[in-house]
Design a protein around this ligand. Structure first.
Ligand SMILES: *Cc1c(COP(=O)(O)O)cnc(C)c1O
Length: 372
């Protein structure tokens, strides 16, 4: 796809680099700097996280979310341990077994969940066995917001964390779109992480406007012991680390991390608002972050694709639209207009068919009396 093509919303990873992240990357490209993270940009980025979270957290930078999740979970587990996740969790459905691989076999215990959210009850159900034959539950991972765009409230995170404490489990948060959850809840990042008793957060940079990169944040520094070695062994230690860390300085110090997420969330709202009266088109999941999943007759989705719109249907069972920092409002409106036009045309076609059918099969009964 060239930049001249009209914008698409199939994935928030279609977006480019936001100006703040790019400017910081360019600023970091000034002469030479010490390699492997011992540079001023990396210190400054880690400090920016400590300021944002009001916490003396330990921060690591890796290239992508699969590595961040897998390595963070591996750091919590021995090979005989298990990790409780929702059935729609990215770690379960979209990481090609990396969490099990990097933990040398820690098993994912999958809780069936219609909403995508884990609950204290679901966690309890998977920890009912403690015999030697069962992979010992050691950690819980929740995705904030979920893969289908729902946001755990502060109270929901706290309830899960309390259950984890009670059961002796560590709590990991997959925050590939963490900024979108903060924007949706309008809360401090601390409120849904360490203040709620989350142990480790993977904070997504890629879907927040960076070219590449995620941060792994340990609120309990003891859990981060030797984590740097784990990153290096996994091929996730950037030699020119400043180019992974500087964009975070740009995002965090300017506030772009939150502005970007707010914009994505608003665009998702803007789309559903314009189509929520259509009888045949329905948002399958509550629209709380930057995702919209639409259920519509196959003919409608085919017509939408024929107009050139791209979307995935293998996640969540509907047509998925994701809005990134760069979503153009006019394109969002164009998408809404196209969905409306197609759905309404389909509807009037269906009504015409019905009318023709009705005319063919003239009712044999006599005209009804006053009772009808
Ligand atoms: C995108 C995403 C990730 C990270 O994916 P990578 O492609 O490995 O960067 C992790 N979790 C969730 C929920 C995601 O949506």
């Amino acid at each position: 796809m060239t930049s001249a093509s009209p914008q698409q919303f199939a994935s928030d990873n279609y977006a480019g680099i936001c100006p703040e992240a790019l400017a910081a990357m360019t600023a970091a490209n000034d002469g030479s700097a010490v390699a492997y993270g011992d540079d001023p940009w990396t210190d400054r980025a880690a400090d920016a996280f400590r300021t944002l979270f009001q916490s003396d957290c330990e921060v690591f930078f890796v290239f992508n979310g699969t590595a961040a999740n897998s390595l963070a979970l591996a750091s919590l587990c021995q090979s005989y341990h298990s990790v409780i996740c929702s059935s729609s969790a990215h770690v379960e459905t979209d990481e090609c077994g990396a969490p099990e691989f990097f933990s040398n076999g820690s098993k994912l215990l999958v809780a069936q969940s219609d909403s995508g959210k884990l609950t204290p009850d679901a966690i309890r159900a998977l920890t009912s066995r403690s015999d030697i034959h069962y992979p010992k539950p050691r950690a819980v991972t929740i995705t904030q917001p979920t893969e289908t765009g729902q946001v755990y409230t502060i109270a929901e995170v706290e309830a899960i964390a309390a259950t984890c404490r009670e059961l002796g489990l560590k709590l990991h948060m997959d925050g590939a779109r963490f900024a979108h959850a903060c924007a949706a809840l309008d809360c401090d990042p601390a409120d849904i992480t360490w203040k709620a008793d989350v142990d480790v957060l993977c904070f997504g940079g890629t879907k927040n406007g960076m070219a590449v990169g995620e941060a792994i944040i340990y609120f309990d520094r003891n859990l981060a012991e030797d984590f740097g070695y784990r990153c290096k062994q996994a091929g996730q230690l950037a030699s020119k680390m400043r180019f992974l860390s500087a964009p975070w300085v740009g995002l965090l110090e300017s506030g772009a991390w939150l502005r970007n997420a707010r914009h994505g969330n608003l665009c998702a709202q803007r789309l559903v608002r314009q189509i929520d009266d259509l009888p045949e088109v329905r948002a399958i999941f509550p629209v709380e972050a930057n995702a919209v999943f639409l259920e519509a007759p196959a003919t409608v989705l085919e017509a939408l694709a024929a107009l050139g719109w791209r979307f995935y249907t293998f996640i969540g069972g509907g047509a998925r639209f994701m809005f990134a920092w760069d979503a153009q409002v006019s394109r969002v409106d164009q998408l809404a207009a196209d969905i409306r036009a197609i759905a309404l045309a389909e509807q009037s076609l269906a009504e015409e068919d019905k009318a023709i059918d009705g005319a063919r099969h003239v009712a044999p009964e006599p005209l009804c009396d006053a009772e009808c």
